[in-house]
Design a protein around this ligand. Structure first.
Ligand SMILES: C[S@@+](CC[C@H](N)C(=O)[O-])C[C@H]1O[C@@H](n2cnc3c(N)ncnc32)[C@H](O)[C@@H]1O
Length: 270
């Protein structure tokens, strides 16, 4: 394809990711997300993906799926509940990629659909989920023992010594209303631990405010001043966390309590 043809083809789509196509042409995605994506790429590139099965949840235009393929993954499957037309119709053929993408909600994922994975990429989705604990449980069931989960998400930057989940609704979200789940780092690490993961690393971006976040914050301040209500603390940043699925103890009484049937009350009474 000539540069001219690539540009004409790109003009037919709306892109989210900025993906280099040639030395001089990249897809016109959103620059706002680049710092978090760069941090994520750093951790993704540090994994050994040779011959691995990789699942990319919420893959959008496939920035991380294509990178996983480049890093030698044997198979890469991406799912998204709003499948990217530019990825399927343009990028996959352009790269002659073997990445497979399917439109699907992560809550409908089951091992029977695509089997188990060695690595699950889960960037930019957790903070959009209304049922985050259930999603992490689903993901756990899709990982091979010792498989790696690489999360990137927006985290609430307060109360660092307590496991807290900030779950705002509507205008109280620091982003927009579909962004409703902000663990702080401790809560995310603790949640992964009880689900059978060993947290290997985490790194957050420095919590500096963008111009639009600052404007929103100022407007919010006025709103709460006039209504007399207390203003939610919208102190969020982005964090990448790596975890290994160490396995679960199915006999654990708490796991049985949360996920299955148990006899705790019957035994102790009360
Ligand atoms: C903020 S974008 C992040 C895209 C990409 N993962 C990244 O980090 O650059 C969130 C993506 O996840 C998808 N998504 C959100 N909730 C989902 C769900 N429950 N199941 C599957 N995909 C979901 C959205 O459609 C969107 O493409």
């Amino acid at each position: 394809m000539t540069d001219q043809e690539i540009r004409e083809r790109m003009a037919q789509f709306k892109f989210y990711h900025i993906i280099p196509l040639t030395e001089t042409i990249s897809t016109p995605g959103n620059t706002l997300y680049v710092p978090a994506q760069q941090l994520y790429l750093k951790y993704l590139r540090s994994l050994d993906l040779q011959g691995k099965r990789v699942l990319d949840i919420g893959c959008r235009d496939g920035l991380f799926s294509f990178e996983a393929e480049k890093q030698g993954a044997a198979e890469v499957i991406g799912i998204d509940n709003d499948l990217s037309k530019p990825a399927v119709e343009f990028l996959i053929p352009f790269f002659q990629s073997r990445v497979k993408m399917e439109q699907m909600n992560l809550y409908d994922l089951q091992p029977a659909a695509f089997g188990l994975f060695d690595v699950i990429l889960f960037p930019g989705v957790l903070y959009h989920l209304r049922y985050p604990f259930w999603a992490l449980r689903i993901i756990r069931e899709l990982l091979n023992k010792d498989g790696i989960l690489l999360i990137e998400t927006a985290v609430w930057n307060r109360e660092k010594n307590n496991s807290l989940l900030f779950c705002p609704t509507g205008k109280e979200s620091p982003y927009e209303p579909s962004s409703c789940t902000f663990f702080n780092v401790k809560a995310l690490a603790d949640t992964l631990s009880v689900l059978g993961f060993e947290v290997l690393s985490h790194e957050c971006l420095p919590a500096k405010k963008s111009w639009s976040a600052w404007r929103k914050e100022s407007a919010g301040r006025l709103h709460y001043l006039f209504t007399g209500r207390q203003r939610p603390i919208r102190d969020v940043t982005r964090c990448v966390m790596t975890a290994r699925f160490a396995g679960i103890d199915k006999e654990s009484r708490y796991l049985q309590y949360w996920e299955s049937t148990h006899a705790i009350h019957s035994k102790i009474g009360g």
